[in-house]
Ligand binder design. Structure first.
Ligand code: GAL
Length: 352
């Protein structure tokens, strides 16, 4: 079966449903990052409806709460779902849910984050690569500013319970270590922008704001807290050090065109959601997954077991390629980006 509505992402889940549908449960982790409600959820709903018009979908967002996610999964299992698609809040804690599902014969697709406990399939991005791309861009920006020898960078990583955060961090360190001084480094519970803001305030106090030549921020939400801290310390837009991000959030893109944030990482959520839907259909119907243009690889889970997976490529986005990436893919329109506050930016002047 092919996805009819979008020719670029072709994934087939064998010969899915011809008559009756089945019941899919989608569990997403949080609300702090705009992507889950704004894109992952609707793209998944659409992809499932295309692949299996007769299927039912139950949806829940755990708002960062591990116990809540367990309760939501339990309710779906009680309700008789045939397959779970799980974006885990905490990948280790999720093992309980995965085991419970499997004991009831319900397969599990790990969505974006590799839940432990022996999932059946996994779709995500190459997350080590995300960290490398962020760090590479940061070094290039520092190089261009000619400030490399003048100070230190601050590194603000994501949530310790998110296995992706560990991958972003190790990818970043592969590039940064030995190349630049890291003045302070933090892990940020729940990917909280507020915590990132306080951590940055702490770094400014202990290093001195003029010493900070760049900030590695693992995502856009935290970049907003980091940039506010620099602003509160009296730094003007043109003097802000380069700050990285991830998720190509609308506000991240707006900060980039305003010259506040240097870059973000764009992860095309539509194919991720479409592949997840095709995996769910394949598992529920017992069909093979035909990954189409994507490569199916084995990723080892925490127990060393191979999980059939698709890992997509992340893309670095700076002001130069916003048009060719997030705009041309339909993630954010020029109208959404160029609101009144941003109409005077060079980007919007050219685009409007
Ligand atoms: C990661 C995910 C990112 C971002 C982040 C913050 O697991 O890959 O895209 O959402 O969590 O929640």
């Amino acid at each position: 079966m092919r996805l009819p509505h979008h020719h670029r992402w072709r994934v087939r889940a064998g010969d899915a449903q011809r008559g009756g549908g089945f019941h899919v449960g989608l569990l997403l982790p949080e609300l702090q990052t705009a992507r889950y409600e704004a894109f992952d959820r609707p793209y998944f709903e659409q992809a499932l409806a295309d692949l299996c018009p007769a299927c039912d979908l139950s949806y829940a967002n755990a708002d960062q709460d591990v116990d809540e996610q367990q309760t939501q999964a339990q309710a779906m299992l009680t309700d008789g779902v045939d397959v779970l698609v799980l974006g885990a809040v905490d990948s280790q804690a999720a093992a309980g849910t995965v085991n419970e599902a499997q004991s009831q014969g319900v397969p599990v697709v790990a969505y974006d984050r590799l839940a432990q406990g022996g999932v059946d399939m996994y779709v995500s991005f190459d997350n080590v690569r995300v960290g490398q791309v962020q760090a590479q861009a940061l070094l290039e920006a520092i190089e261009r500013q000619g400030t490399a020898g003048d100070g230190q960078i601050v590194v603000i990583n994501g949530s310790p319970t998110d296995p992706n955060a560990a991958d972003f961090k190790s990818g970043a360190h592969e590039i940064l270590d030995g190349q630049i001084d890291v003045g302070q480094e933090f892990d940020t519970p729940d990917w909280s922008p507020d915590q990132a803001n306080s951590q940055m305030e702490g770094a400014i106090t202990s290093l001195g704001v003029d010493e900070i030549i760049g900030v590695y921020s693992a995502n856009d939400g935290m970049a907003s807290g980091i940039i506010s801290a620099l602003r509160s310390a009296g730094v003007d837009t043109e003097d802000l050090p380069p700050v990285t991000g991830q998720d190509a959030e609308l506000h991240g893109i707006q900060r980039i065109i305003a010259g506040e944030q240097y870059m973000t990482v764009y992860k095309a959520i539509r194919p991720e959601a479409e592949i997840a839907a095709a995996m769910a259909v394949a598992l529920a119907t017992g069909q093979d997954l035909d990954a189409g243009e994507y490569t199916l690889t084995d990723v080892e889970d925490a127990d060393g077991e191979p999980v059939p997976s698709v890992l997509l490529d992340p893309i670095a986005v700076t002001e130069e390629n916003i048009g060719d990436t997030v705009v041309s893919d339909g993630l954010h329109s020029i109208e959404e980006i160029c609101t009144d506050d941003y109409a005077d930016t060079e980007f919007c002047q050219e685009a409007l």
